[in-house]
Ligand binder design. Structure first.
Ligand code: BGC
Length: 748
């Protein structure tokens, strides 16, 4: 594949001279300092080390506020001496400006600091977790929530978010599936670009924009066994066909930075992987920004056993093309000696510093180091329009998985509703993973959302029933008693926020604790049970799918969860979300994904085919699946140019009719199968979609563009090829249903 030419991180001639002048004036220590990022460290808090305290924060044992309040070292001396290029974890307009002032006014060269943080799904206004947002298939809204996150984060003094996470994953055991866009490469690439545009805008130097960071480069989502930080071993073809395109899309969208992944890829840790960081990223994708390590990952190269010590690890990292060392000071401690004794050429260091400074210049930081103040910050955080978008995004992220006998939407004038479950009246868990700057006080619980939606005379009975995990607080009896004389039971069950995200892989994909038992007890009452799922990953819940009346997949939708769930339950919003990751029937099926290569013995009736003897091979819910309160019919598929050349575009259309009684939106999905190729190809692959809104009875011709170039793949010689031949085309409501046509790609 050729170089990308439309990168927005362009090289500006005026800046180049200034950058070279600066580099010319810098001491060795100042250069390495620019490539170093520190977190504020904590002085002797609880007699624990910084890492232990951070672990407590991640575990939820201390809140972000408590963490923030601890007395800490902001490395003011290093800033004054010009020995830091970036700080992570500093928030607040006043504090960031105070530290910036030291860098600009007191350091020898006055180079401003770059402040970064994980702003993953909102800053103070917390939006749905990325996996949930992806289920909206709504690029405009996804871009919008990133834009608002950038507004609030920049108002609070940040310049840089370590997002979007664009890792494809096919393994829901991996907790970080919550942070990405799911299993599909095409959709994941579109979402990667939308999020980059949202954070950075057309011009990242505008004060309300922040730099984005495509992470984790690369293939982190392929961790064996779904176990976080674990090894990744895959063919180069799978890497380039499936796992890398979202990174390329981010690069094309002009993303300013990349973060290397913790894992090793085919035996080489990504942090020191020259093939990835230089050959692919710089040479193939034409990326001109800088690459940051993941936290402490340079030092961990030694633990991988890929370097004898930190010194060798830091040398390998720098030579591979990794510019910035995140948080552990490995470059700072272990590089200087190696330049002094000429083990590494200073030119390599200078180039890394130039790349980093170029980003600071492009961000406008050199000209305007103070991009916010207290007033801007106060006006921006939780602004009413941000909350409106949070509600909009939350309801569009919901996926209706089951709706037997159209039990939903519910009437608002029922006599009694039993709201049961450990997550029904909970705020914190609805924020999801990576919501460190969110505040649980901002969250509307599901119980409050339901209470606000119904008419005054409707009685709402609430009982927790049990905890998410463990035996404590179990009171099935009370829950069952309350439920027994209700019109309907709404059971809110699922996972706590810290059960997905980093270091939160699961061995099982069931409802944790006693929650399924609680559902069984509620089911016994004979009253209809509507399950609202709160979770950060697909779950394997066949009993629930078979037995309850309705399932509303509500993920962790952020501060407006309760309102959005009520909007769907009572029909103020007709759900339109579609799954972006397959729900397995059993954890034993994992990895399970819709676009798997063709086997020579596809599952069939006879024994010797690709299936299981003790359970189904089909998923519980496939990729692309999601119901609506109305129904849609698909007919009249037309492939407008059934014979096409490799570099052409074609369009495919289908007529979609709303055959139900209320208006609704449908994500019309286009899948393609390459029938014969020089490598075994996936059974089908998403190559386009359109979201349409139809009134009852309305019929619309939906036209989807297909770029024939996108039908290619990496062949045995690692060349990207579109091979001539017959392709099957399928348009439908999910990856398993639809109507079919054909398309022939011609030799020339
Ligand atoms: C995570 C990254 C994150 C970084 C900084 C690491 O542990 O893997 O995704 O950006 O911490 O918080």
């Amino acid at each position: 594949m050729g170089k990308v030419s439309n990168l927005k991180t362009i090289i500006n001639k005026d800046y180049e001279k200034k950058i070279n002048d600066l580099v010319g004036k810098m001491t060795l220590e100042e250069k390495i300092g620019q490539l170093t990022q520190f977190l504020p460290s904590i002085f002797g808090a609880f007699g624990m080390t910084k890492d232990e305290i951070i672990a407590k924060l991640v575990e939820g044992e201390i809140s972000y506020e408590e963490f923030q309040a601890m007395e800490r070292n902001y490395h003011k001396d290093e800033i004054k001496e010009g020995l830091l290029g970036s700080m992570g974890g500093v928030t607040g307009a006043e504090l960031s400006n105070e530290l910036q002032k030291i860098a600009v006014e007191e350091s020898r060269l006055g180079i401003p600091l770059l402040f970064g943080l994980d702003v993953v799904h909102g800053y103070r206004t917390i939006f749905p977790i990325p996996l949930a947002e992806a289920c909206s298939w709504d690029m405009e809204l996804i871009e919008k929530t990133a834009e608002i996150a950038a507004k609030e984060a920049s108002a609070s003094g940040l310049h840089w978010t370590y997002a979007p996470m664009v890792d494809i994953t096919r393994d829901p055991r991996w907790g970080r599936i919550a942070e990405g866009a799911g299993e599909d490469t095409y959709l994941g690439s579109m979402i990667a670009a939308a999020r980059v545009r949202g954070f950075q805008g057309e011009d990242v130097s505008q004060p309300e924009r922040i730099l984005a960071c495509a992470k984790h480069f690369a293939a982190y989502g392929g961790a064996v066994g779904g176990r976080d930080y674990n090894t990744v071993d895959m063919s180069l073809q799978t890497l380039h066909d499936v796992f890398l395109p979202p990174f390329e899309a981010a690069a094309k969208a002009g993303v300013g930075t990349f973060m290397s992944a913790f894992n090793d890829l085919n035996g080489v840790p990504c942090t020191v992987n020259k093939y990835l960081l230089t050959d692919v990223l710089r040479e193939q994708y034409g990326f001109t920004g800088f690459v940051v390590s993941d936290a402490n990952s340079i030092a961990e190269v030694e633990v991988h056993g890929y370097a004898e010590n930190r010194r060798e690890a830091s040398k390998k990292a720098l030579l591979a093309g990794l510019e910035m060392d995140m948080s552990q000071g490995t470059y700072k401690e272990d590089l200087p000696e190696q330049f002094k004794n000429s083990t590494i050429s200073v030119e390599v260091l200078d180039e890394a510093v130039r790349r980093f400074l170029r980003v600071k210049f492009n961000l406008g930081l050199i000209d305007n180091p103070y991009r916010t103040n207290k007033v801007i910050e106060e006006q921006s955080l939780l602004a009413p329009e941000h909350i409106d978008i949070a509600r909009e995004m939350a309801k569009r992220s919901i996926v209706l998985l089951k709706n037997e006998n159209n039990i939903l939407p519910l009437k608002k004038n029922l006599k009694k509703i039993a709201v049961i479950g450990p997550l029904a009246d909970n705020k914190k868990e609805l924020l999801g993973t990576w919501a460190i700057t969110g505040n649980e006080e901002d969250v509307v619980t599901i119980l409050s959302g339901i209470t606000a939606a119904v008419e005054n005379h409707t009685e709402i009975a609430y009982s927790k029933g049990c905890e998410v995990i463990g035996e404590e607080g179990m009171d099935f009896n009370l829950a069952v008693e309350m439920a027994s004389d209700s019109d309907v039971i709404i059971a809110v069950v699922g996972e706590n926020a810290d059960m997905s995200g980093e270091a939160s892989s699961r061995i099982d994909l069931n409802l944790p604790g006693r929650q399924e038992e609680l559902l069984k007890a509620l089911h016994q009452t004979g009253k209809p049970v509507i399950v609202v799922l709160i979770n950060g990953r697909p779950l394997a819940i066949p009993w629930v799918a078979d037995n309850v009346s309705a399932i509303v997949e509500a993920w962790q939708l952020g501060i407006q969860t309760g309102i959005a769930v009520a909007d769907v339950l009572f029909g103020d919003y007709n759900p339109s979300g579609k799954l972006v990751a397959t729900f397995p029937y059993s954890v034993g099926q994992v990895p399970i994904y819709y676009n798997h290569p063709r086997t020579g013995r596809p599952a069939g009736k006879i024994k010797f085919t690709s299936k299981y003897i003790d359970g189904p091979h089909q998923p519980l819910y496939p990729f692309g699946f999601g119901l609506s309160y109305t129904t849609f019919n698909y007919d009249n598929l037309v492939v407008h140019s059934p014979e096409v050349t490799k570099d052409s575009l074609t369009t495919i259309s289908v007529d979609v009719t709303n055959t139900g009684k209320r208006d609704g939106e449908e994500v019309v999905q286009l899948y393609i199968s390459d029938l014969v190729a020089s490598r075994v190809r996936p059974v089908k692959e998403l190559k386009g979609f359109k979201k349409v809104n139809l009134q009852p009875g309305e019929r619309q011709t939906v036209t989807i563009d297909l770029d024939i170039h996108s039908l290619g793949f990496y062949n045995e010689s690692m060349e990207y090829v579109v091979e001539p031949g017959l392709f099957k085309v399928c348009i439908g409501p999910n990856s398993q249903e639809g109507i079919e046509g054909e398309l022939r790609v011609l030799e020339k």
